[in-house]
Ligand binder design. Structure first.
Ligand SMILES: [Mg+2]
Length: 329
């Protein structure tokens, strides 16, 4: 069968790094503990790094700015907290990364924002002290203690601006399964408020055919649009709501929307994260950090090379916060 509706399982796999326009496995001159080899030099990376300095190398100046202010942390999942893998169901985060995120979330309000379904991200992350925003921020749930009006099931903390689209999304999902059933390696992931069609395992000669098929399904539905991520096509409701809106919504929910002493820190690796970077850039305060080991167009001010550098950054952030406790009000 050429397609699958994905379900998560616990089998571990070796990270897959040979992907198009994507991260390679490496560090900046061994700056991450436990990684000895420098990566092969990628053309233009050094000059790109001048424009988007390493958040690790710039840590002290970043934190100088943050001193005495409230830092609110936003993290993408795939390619940021977990390596990009061939099978999207196996994009597990390491125990070290989970511990680091837990520690960061003890000190800063922390949200995970992903294109995946909220439930799937929660299955991967397995933490109870963070906000989860699935479907590119169209499905937000606060941690139970953060929502005063939360019912026993914790349902009242949910915010779902695309709820009305659910029946149509399910209809498209069924049609998609039929439409691409003959394309070897294509995988459909039901993210509840958006549908992902992964083609990392589809032979390159079939990529265009797959894209045309998916496009033809969306073309006659004005209320939906097609977006492109890393080796993934996504069918999404045509509502003006993206990761940037989700970031604003969560700042608002936390009571920080007009606060002058709040600095949002957002780490992400994909095109959809640029919407959140834009929001921070418009505020002119905060830390938009892109994860990339190749030069790419971005409005992020800082960069980290790959998930191991994200881990190193989060560990430093948690450590810094502990030393700054008296300044946090
Ligand atoms: Mg990502």
């Amino acid at each position: 069968m050429g397609f699958q509706i994905s379900h998560s399982n616990k089998q571990k796999v070796k990270p897959f790094f040979g992907r198009e326009n994507d991260d390679s496995d490496g560090t900046i001159n061994g700056s991450v503990k436990g990684r000895e080899l420098s990566p092969p030099d990628v053309a233009g990376y050094d000059s790109w790094l001048v424009k988007h300095p390493s958040a690790l190398n710039s840590f002290d100046s970043i934190m100088k700015e943050a001193k005495g202010k409230k830092v609110v942390v936003f993290l993408d999942y795939d390619g940021t907290l977990s390596p990009i893998v061939e099978d999207p169901d196996k994009a597990f985060m390491s125990a070290e990364m989970r511990a680091a995120v837990r520690e960061v979330a003890k000190h800063f309000p922390t949200s995970i924002i992903s294109g995946r379904s909220r439930d799937k991200v929660k299955q991967f992350v397995q933490l109870n002290n963070v906000y989860y925003a699935g479907s590119h921020g169209m499905d937000i749930m606060a941690p139970p203690r953060a929502v005063k009006s939360c019912d026993k099931k914790g349902n009242e903390g949910a915010f779902q601006p695309a709820k009305l689209f659910l029946p149509a999304i399910q209809e498209i999902s069924v049609e998609l399964v039929d439409k691409i059933k003959d394309i070897q390696g294509a995988r459909i992931e039901d993210n509840r408020f958006c549908i992902s069609v992964h083609y990392r395992q589809v032979p390159p000669e079939d990529h265009e055919i797959l894209k045309e098929k998916v496009k033809s399904l969306v073309e006659n539905r004005a209320e939906f649009r097609l977006t492109q991520g890393k080796m993934v096509l996504e069918v999404r409701p045509s509502i003006e709501w993206n990761k940037g809106d989700a970031l604003n919504y969560m700042l608002d929910t936390l009571g920080f929307s007009n606060a002058k002493d709040v600095l949002p820190l957002y780490i992400g690796d994909d095109r959809t994260d640029e919407d959140a970077f834009k929001v921070i850039a418009a505020r002119r305060e905060g830390f938009p950090i892109i994860v990339s080991s190749t030069p790419k167009d971005t409005i992020a001010w800082y960069s980290l090379r790959d998930p191991p550098e994200v881990l190193a950054f989060l560990l430093r952030l948690a450590k810094w916060r502990k030393s700054e406790m008296p300044f946090f009000k």
